[in-house]
Design a protein around this ligand. Structure first.
Ligand SMILES: NC(=O)c1ccc[n+]([C@@H]2O[C@H](COP(=O)([O-])OP(=O)(O)OC[C@H]3O[C@@H](n4cnc5c(N)ncnc54)[C@H](OP(=O)(O)O)[C@@H]3O)[C@@H](O)[C@H]2O)c1
Length: 324
């Protein structure tokens, strides 16, 4: 597995980040263990988790699986902010609870999981600085933040000598393309690592959901009613994806991941699997490159870019290299 620079940190991570959201949910601990072993054996050293996953079970499982090999991974977790609670009050306690579940003394990257209305950026950056100073997190970042908010938080960090947000973790795939507006250009200009979750649109881009056919048993579609709707809404794009995959002799999942990993500004796709065979399969997607024509015609078939009428302003919001 190729390794890539992680934003401005000076650290290199594997281009595949292993998402663990299914551990303790659809994936039992024995299968999670096989997935972790295989990931490490194939050079995947970047793992993503969150305190919210499976009510903390995911972190507990990961902690047991990584015992005695903690130093082999660059591990991310995310703050848990319970409803009605102040964000600022939750940062330290949430990380302490994560570290207890993980049985570790630090994580490599600690993320604000979601932006919220009514946040206090100065207090939040101050709390994040404390966890870095205490050695409980090497770096801090955010998830699901609009570009202006990352800039705002980082201006406050700079003015106060606090560590800045080095990563924004956002949804990106052939169907969800909102971050092409301002977030990717900002990431390149400011060296913010972009990690992309939902690369297969929860499985829709894997080819397992075929238009007009009921979802196969034992898939996430059984508990997520958005999945069949996404498959039906994007039939034209999926038809093109399946045809392109067939012409290249690979599964549609490989084409979807290959498209994503090569998008400008993208650091790492977050690969979430529920079974070992899915991981083994997707490792190969990182060896596939699409031609420029294939990338363009595939994206055009989905037609999911953010639509803007303005002929001049729209392109500016997607332009790289605005600052010399
Ligand atoms: N920051 C955030 O707010 C946020 C939100 C969501 C996720 N995440 C992170 O991103 C990671 C990935 O998200 P995601 O799970 O939604 O990603 P995804 O890649 O869009 O969906 C993963 C699902 O696709 C199916 N799949 C995976 N590999 C496959 C293969 N080779 N062949 C066929 N089907 C395959 C599996 O579905 P079945 O289980 O149905 O087989 C799997 O559960 C998570 O683990 C988590 O770490 C972060």
């Amino acid at each position: 597995m190729k390794s890539v620079p992680f934003g401005s940190t000076g650290v290199n991570v594997s281009q595949m980040c292993l998402g663990t959201m299914m551990f303790g949910d659809r994936t039992d601990e024995a299968e999670a263990g096989r997935i972790v072993d295989a990931a490490l054996a194939h050079g995947v050293n970047f793992f993503d988790t969150a305190s919210a996953y499976a009510q903390g079970r995911t972190e507990e499982i990961l902690g047991r699986l990584l015992q005695n090999r903690r130093d082999r991974v660059f591990l991310t977790t995310k703050v848990n902010v319970s409803k009605g609670a102040e964000y600022t009050d939750q940062i330290g306690p949430s990380l302490d609870a994560s570290l207890a579940r993980l049985k570790m003394d630090h994580v490599d990257l600690f993320l604000l999981h979601w932006a919220r209305v009514g946040m206090d950026p100065l207090a939040i950056m101050g709390e994040l600085a404390k966890v870095v100073r205490a050695g409980k997190a090497r770096f801090v970042g955010c998830s699901n933040f609009p570009a202006w908010l990352v800039a705002h938080f980082n201006a406050i960090a700079a003015a106060n000598g606090y560590p800045k947000l080095v990563n924004n973790q956002v949804p990106y795939n052939l169907i969800e393309r909102g971050l092409e507006v301002e977030i990717l250009p900002q990431a390149v200009a400011e060296k913010i690592a972009i990690t992309c979750y939902r690369p297969l649109m929860a499985g829709v881009l894997s080819g397992k959901y075929r238009p007009g056919q009921p979802p196969p048993a034992d898939t996430r579609a059984a508990s997520d009613e958005r999945i069949p709707k996404w498959a039906a809404d994007h039939e034209a794009g999926l038809t093109k994806l399946f045809a392109l995959a067939e012409s290249r002799g690979v599964p549609p999942s490989h084409v979807a991941v290959a498209w994503l990993k090569d998008r400008p500004g993208v650091t790492c796709p977050l690969i979430g699997v529920s079974r070992l065979d899915q991981l083994i399969d997707l490792l190969r997607a990182f060896d596939l490159s699409l031609t420029a024509d294939e990338q363009t015609s595939l994206a055009a078939a989905f037609g999911t870019e953010v639509k803007e009428v303005s002929q001049y302003y729209g392109p500016l919001r997607r332009a790289f290299g605005m600052i010399a």
